[in-house]
Design a protein around this ligand. Sequence first.
Ligand code: 0X9
Ligand code: ZN
Length: 307
Amino acid sequence: GMTWDAYHRYQTIERYLQHLANTYPELVQLTTLGKSYEGRYLYLLKLGKARADGKTKPAVWMDAQIHAREWIAAATVTHMVNKMVTEYGTNSTSTRMLDQIDWYVLPVINVDGYEFTHTVDRWWRKTRRVNPFNVAIGADPNRNYDHMWMHQGATQQANTDVYAGAYPFSEIENVYLTDAVLERKAQIKTLLTFHSAAEVWLLPWGYDSSVPDDFEELRQMGLKATQALEKLYGIRYGVGSSTQLLGAAAGATDDWGKAKGMIKYAVTVELRDQGYLFNLPPEQIIPSGLETFEAINVVAEVVYKEY
Ligand code: 0X9
Ligand code: ZN
């Protein structure tokens, strides 16, 4: 079964999500978004306690594992999900987070790539789609969205790790994500997309070095969130524009969320590295989950106050 002392195969995660929905029907709804290129289901969780008056709550979107090899992403997100749900009614923070906010969680986006990193190539990043005009397999799904596609930091060379795909949304998994966000657009106030391993809180824009008009508000949320994270184990995250901190990379989830999803707070969270890059020891999953939980608790507070 599911634990947080090891990185698990997709089937284990899948069964865990079903178990969670079956065990906590008052707090958890599980839907399928469709099948991946290789035929695996993508799942969306909705977490939250319905308000007694039936009114709509503000929502936070979280997704993980768009990059196959960044294993700490899905492990951290499922750990936070598990903590919120299993502590509801006993821990005041978890209870408040589910009372005040609805959480939409897509724990593994690049399901085919994720499985491939377990079975064949630990360092695979992209999807596993067979390209119609090229022998190279897959595209970088974090270069495949349509906002400023191919502007900078992406390529049409299919055999590289940052291949943007032949056209925007060539990857079905990206289509599922954006459809699911747009369906809930009125409710979603923040989008957090989890990666590793730069230990940074990245804000738009990621296609060039400009920043949006409300950048300062986005930065303030990031500073508060990462300060709360740091308190637990002393790990200090950088906060700033994607382009300014890591270099331009157009066609990513965050820029799409801000520009096309019209989500004010659109953030890429790059989780722990600690000198291990993508081979973060599994003993660090729980600490990563706990410290990142502190950050999303701040996000929940900011969103709840503002809406
Ligand atoms: O390059 C990426 O896709 C992300 N870094 S990673 O090492 N996990 O691959 C950063 C994406 C930041 N967002 C944008 N540049 N828009
Ligand atoms: Zn990544």
